[in-house]
Design a protein around this ligand. Structure first.
Ligand SMILES: [Zn+2]
Length: 97
């Protein structure tokens, strides 16, 4: 299985039910892994959302007083932009000379 490099930390991604039964996906800091529910439709959005949690964690965001709702807003909107434009971004990048 390939792992993602998140600011020097190897992060694995698994299609398996997350420990939090209410969550569609979950970043598990202790194991450096992202778990995404196998039946979820928006897997790419969920991957980017949890990946955003992982790098926010990596830069120490959770040791600050930044509000958890604000962190969720960043993760949600980053995942929304990156997933809704994923194909266009890649196509645009490929055309850059
Ligand atoms: Zn989240």
């Amino acid at each position: 299985m390939k792992k993602l490099n998140v600011l020097g930390e190897k992060v694995s991604v698994k299609l398996i039910e997350p420990p939090d039964k209410k969550a569609a996906a979950q970043w598990i800091q202790e194991n450096s892994e992202i778990k995404i529910g196998p039946e979820e439709v928006e897997k790419y959005y969920l991957l980017i959302h949890e990946l955003t949690h992982s790098w926010l964690d990596r830069i120490g965001t959770y040791h600050t007083t930044i509000d958890a709702n604000f962190i969720e807003m960043i993760c949600h909107n980053n995942a929304l932009v990156m997933s809704e434009n994923a194909v266009t971004l890649w196509q645009m990048f490929r055309k850059l000379k």
